[in-house]
Write a protein that binds this ligand. Structure first.
Ligand SMILES: Nc1ncnc2c1ncn2[C@@H]1O[C@H](COP(=O)(O)OP(=O)(O)O)[C@@H](O)[C@H]1O
Ligand SMILES: O=C(CO)[C@@H](O)[C@H](O)COP(=O)(O)O
Length: 529
């Protein structure tokens, strides 16, 4: 389908951990153009590894916000080269890695409001930030989590905000800044999430935090949809609610596109900017999960997603406000050791090819003759644990270096078993009618999805239209919110998913005992905090 045959188009972005992706869709939600920027490869001057920089504090993980600004300049130029006609884009929206915070300087908003289209964004915003951004991989705020739970009560915090205190959540991160770098805290006029920061670049003003991503902060009351005063007080001072601004529903038009983009790329001045949201929230919107379907996002992190009709106070994992009226709430469980950990061990065991790694998997049997492994290359979130590697044989004896094929399968089976065990603990119920819908970079790997199908005893599907539901979801949200606001109906399209892996008949015999063994091994691993 050519762009000429579609009068209206919609633009979506995904500012995720390792790259910035952009997509243009038509009125039927068909994909017209795509471009992306890989931070480590395309912007080496920021010296990131996997899109992040390890800080000096134990567990500290940050990213320079100017990296994301420069990536936006770059991805826009790639869209130009791809032939995008920006004058027919009706609305723009986006997604961002969750929980990360961007600390704006006092003059940042005025800078955003008078950007010259003749210069790059990154040169004009070079002094708009007072700090690097702590991101979701950061695990340096255990003290702040403890003290926040002491101040509010752990169960009460989960009841109010949908989560107990978690290291990567923005409230504990703000608390650490307030406690350890008070001058930075005071110097910041506004604090954004990565999603609302990215939205601000497009809107030419500091954009509001949306309720869905905002519920990953330990600061939002997920029932009243307002910041909770006690949580704000426990994480900062009386200026914090001003720094954050009032949160808005995810389906909000925050304004028209910044004159910068009109002047530089010929957007029409009334192109709408719809609030950006968290990448997992956007994936839930993009996947349009039906009852009994569980989303499995295989990005840098592995994340399980489930739409909910009502809020809950989970003992583990998170309940967030949902990104669309169809999903008023959502459950989320995030594992820090996802694709990047798989990729590190692929490089070590098989070199840089996924085909070669999959060959290793095929060289051993399902169940791996009893070899099992747990690999944490970065501090794990579920369960809370530090970096480490635990490998055992069928008799439970510790191993140093089994043959590569055993390690390859031990890594992947161990990850899938962990996802299942902790999902069960959080109350995710899978039965005969369930489906897992996979998305994200690793969802193209059928051997990996087969392991998930067997371990979950559930068929795994992928979306036909696009492997990245967060990105597609961003553009679809732009289209749907624009359609509702303008009163102009769009043809849209139904979500189509296809099965890619179904459980083998003997999955239960193999994986039920392994699930029990996983639970035993996990008990022996030292936990953080
Ligand atoms: N064939 C594959 N098999 C397994 N993993 C893959 C494959 N292709 C890409 N990936 C993984 O996908 C990851 C990137 O996924 P993506 O969803 O773009 O991440 P993010 O959104 O967090 O930046 C990379 O870390 C890479 O290891
Ligand atoms: O912390 C979480 C979710 O709570 C992570 O899932 C981040 O949102 C990063 O997402 P990816 O880049 O891995 O998609």
């Amino acid at each position: 389908m050519t762009e000429d045959s579609r009068k209206r188009t919609f633009l979506g972005f995904d500012f995720s951990t390792q790259r910035l992706k952009a997509i243009v869709i038509g009125e039927d939600f068909g994909v017209l153009h795509e471009a992306d920027v890989e931070f480590d490869v395309d912007l080496p001057e920021f010296r990131t590894a996997g899109g992040v920089v390890r800080g000096t504090d134990r567990g500290e993980v940050i990213a320079p916000p100017l990296l994301w600004v420069k990536a936006l300049d770059m991805v826009m130029d790639r869209l130009v080269v791809a032939g995008v006609d920006f004058s027919i884009i009706e609305a723009v929206s986006g997604a961002g890695q969750q929980h990360g915070s961007v600390w704006w300087s006092k003059d940042a908003e005025s800078k955003l409001g008078k950007l010259s289209p003749d210069e790059f964004l990154h040169t004009q915003l070079a002094t708009a930030f007072v700090s690097d951004s702590p991101v979701w991989m950061d695990s340096s705020t255990t003290v702040d989590c403890k003290e926040l739970e002491e101040a509010i009560g752990a169960e009460e915090l989960a009841k109010i905000t949908g989560s107990r205190a978690y290291e990567r959540f923005t409230g504990p991160q703000i608390r650490k800044m307030f406690r350890k770098r008070p001058r930075v805290y005071q110097a910041a006029a506004r604090i954004s999430l990565v999603s609302s920061f990215a939205c601000s670049l497009l809107a030419g003003k500091i954009a509001p935090i949306d309720l869905s991503d905002g519920s990953g902060m330990n600061l939002l009351d997920i029932r009243t949809m307002q910041w909770d005063e006690k949580c704000l007080q426990a994480c900062g001072d009386e200026s914090l609610s001003t720094k954050l601004g009032a949160p808005v529903p995810s389906a909000t038009v925050v304004g028209s596109i910044s004159p910068y983009f009109v002047g530089r790329y010929a957007f029409k001045p009334d192109c709408k900017v719809v609030a950006f949201t968290g990448d997992n929230c956007s994936a839930l919107a993009g996947l349009r999960l039906r009852s009994g379907w569980v989303g499995l996002s295989l990005g840098t992190s592995d994340t399980l997603l489930l739409g909910l009709q009502a809020p809950a106070a989970p003992p583990a994992g998170h309940v967030l406000v949902g990104p669309t009226p169809a999903a008023p709430y959502m459950a989320l469980l995030c594992f820090a050791n996802g694709s990047l950990t798989r990729q590190n061990h692929r490089d070590r065991l098989a070199g840089t090819s996924w085909d070669a790694f999959n060959e290793l998997l095929r060289a051993t049997v399902r169940g791996n003759m009893g070899y099992m492994g747990i690999y944490y290359d970065t501090a794990e979130i579920v369960p809370r644990a530090g970096v480490g590697r635990w490998l055992v044989d069928a008799a439970g004896r510790g191993l140093d270096r089994p043959a590569p094929q055993f390690e390859a399968r031990a890594l992947l089976e161990g990850q899938a078993l962990a996802r299942r065990a902790h999902a069960e603990d959080m109350g995710f119920k899978l039965d005969k009618s369930s489906r897992v819908i996979a998305t994200g970079g690793a969802s193209v790997n059928k051997d990996l999805l087969q392991i998930f199908a067997d371990v979950f005893d559930t068929p795994v599907y992928v979306q036909d239209q696009h492997a990245n539901a967060a990105l597609l979801g961003a553009a679809i949200r732009a289209a749907e919110v624009w359609s509702k606001e303008s009163g102009i109906a769009l043809p849209g399209s139904e979500l189509k998913v296809s099965p890619v892996a179904t459980p083998y008949p003997d999955h239960d015999k193999i994986y039920t005992p392994m699930l029990a063994r996983y639970r035993q091994i996990i008990e022996t691993i030292p936990k953080l905090g």
